[in-house]
Design a binder for this molecule. Structure first.
Ligand SMILES: Cc1ncc(COP(=O)(O)O)c(C=O)c1O
Length: 387
């Protein structure tokens, strides 16, 4: 066993030492000049993010959830259905409801974690306005081009919830480039962060203009007193934008740092009976927002989590996700309860996420592997009781 004992968080924000004085210099500057919101750093983050993803426009928002809602409200989905994977965060489906639409949950493929075209096709009705794909854990499904074509052929919009996927690629193309509009979360646990925040990317000037207006209380063209539509205050501060600018500069570096840990886990866990690395599909470069591993049915995840925390000081994040949306009480009576969600349920029930961050060292990862293997060794108390 690795002699050194570490305290391992499930995820960790990484702001490299070299960036801290630069960020603080800009914080000092805005504290002096008083431009704390609605300033040049927001614009710089938007321009930088659009340039990075390769879209014409980007719009900042105060969270990933707000970014999703702004897009859907700008697109207009009142009274319409929007197909959403059941295997996603509450926010994806909630944004549909908050924008006046009805989420229709869709099962997913348990080997690439997104709905397949046949599964989406079964959910399309005369009322369908669009489909939102979610790049779970940073994995873009290799079916993405077929899904984009399906949406185009059926005349429905295609949107990415790219909250997990800053820097993810499929076939060399970046998350945010496959659809008409995308939402990224910039929350603290994400690959890059503003602390809290979200970013919309799109090539559509109309959607960009409407998102900008809706995030600023329905005003147009900056701060005047005329409100044209029912917006709200979804803006981010200049503090958040400055942090985001410095994080964006390192997005590829951060992915590589995560990848190094993920490949180490893959190597060290290969051949384990009770825990198997999730296989990233060919052609995909994951952001490794999450490191996903299949866990044997004999293992009680809650007991494993508790043992790792109490005995080894290792925090496991929640799985992505433990309870799929169709089983969330809040959507009862709002979304269709029917449907077959077997593959999503199988995934939700049978995986764990090992700690990963851009700041993690190889020694810490080695400590995690050794501790997990110890916890899973015979005679441990992490197994389900036999019926
Ligand atoms: C897939 C997905 N979409 C949207 C969100 C919401 O992002 P935020 O927490 O920034 O509102 C999350 C949050 O983790 C998420 O996982």
């Amino acid at each position: 066993m690795n002699k050194k004992r570490f305290k391992i968080p499930a995820a960790k924000v990484y702001v490299p030492d070299a960036d801290i004085p630069r960020i603080l210099t800009l914080y000092r500057k805005i504290l002096k000049n008083g431009q704390l919101a609605w300033g040049n750093y927001n614009t710089a983050l938007e321009e930088g993010f659009a340039r990075y993803v390769g879209t014409r426009y980007a719009v900042t928002a105060n969270s990933g959830a707000s970014a999703l809602e702004l897009i859907l409200r700008a697109r207009g989905i009142t009274g319409k259905e929007v197909i959403v994977p059941t295997n996603t965060n509450f926010a994806t489906a909630a944004a549909v409801v908050l924008s006046g639409g009805k989420p229709v949950f869709c099962d997913c493929d348990s080997y690439n974690l997104s709905p397949r075209p046949d599964q989406i096709g079964r959910c399309i009705t005369k009322k369908t306005a669009g489909f939102i794909i979610v790049h779970i854990g940073g994995i873009i499904t290799p079916d993405i081009d077929a899904i984009a074509k399906l949406c185009k052929d059926k005349g429905i919009f295609f949107m990415e919830d790219a909250s997990h996927a800053h820097s993810s690629l499929y076939d060399g193309r970046k998350a945010g480039r496959f659809s008409e509009f995308s939402a990224f979360s910039m929350f603290g646990s994400k690959v890059i962060t503003c602390g809290e925040g979200g970013i919309i990317t799109t090539d559509s000037k109309k959607i960009r203009d409407l998102c900008e207006s809706l995030r600023n209380q329905g005003k147009e063209g900056g701060n005047n007193d005329v409100h044209y539509r029912m917006g709200s205050t979804y803006r981010v501060t200049e503090f958040q934008a400055i942090l985001g600018i410095y994080q964006l500069k390192r997005v590829i570096e951060f992915r590589k740092l995560r990848e190094r840990i993920a490949l180490f886990y893959d190597r060290e866990l290969a051949g384990s009976e009770l825990i198997r690395p999730f296989l990233i599909p060919g052609g995909v470069t994951s952001s490794y927002y999450k490191y996903i591993a299949w866990i044997d049915k004999s293992v009680d995840r809650e007991k494993l989590k508790k043992t790792l925390k109490e005995k080894y000081d290792i925090a496991l994040s929640a799985p992505v996700y433990k309870v799929p949306c169709h089983l969330q009480p809040v959507f009862k009576g709002i979304a269709d309860p029917g449907g077959n969600f077997k593959e999503a349920e199988y995934f939700c029930d049978n995986h764990i996420c090992l700690p990963i961050s851009s700041a993690m060292t190889r020694d810490e990862a080695a400590y995690v592997v050794e501790s997990v293997k110890k916890a899973l060794s015979r005679g441990g108390n992490v197994f389900k009781k036999k019926a």
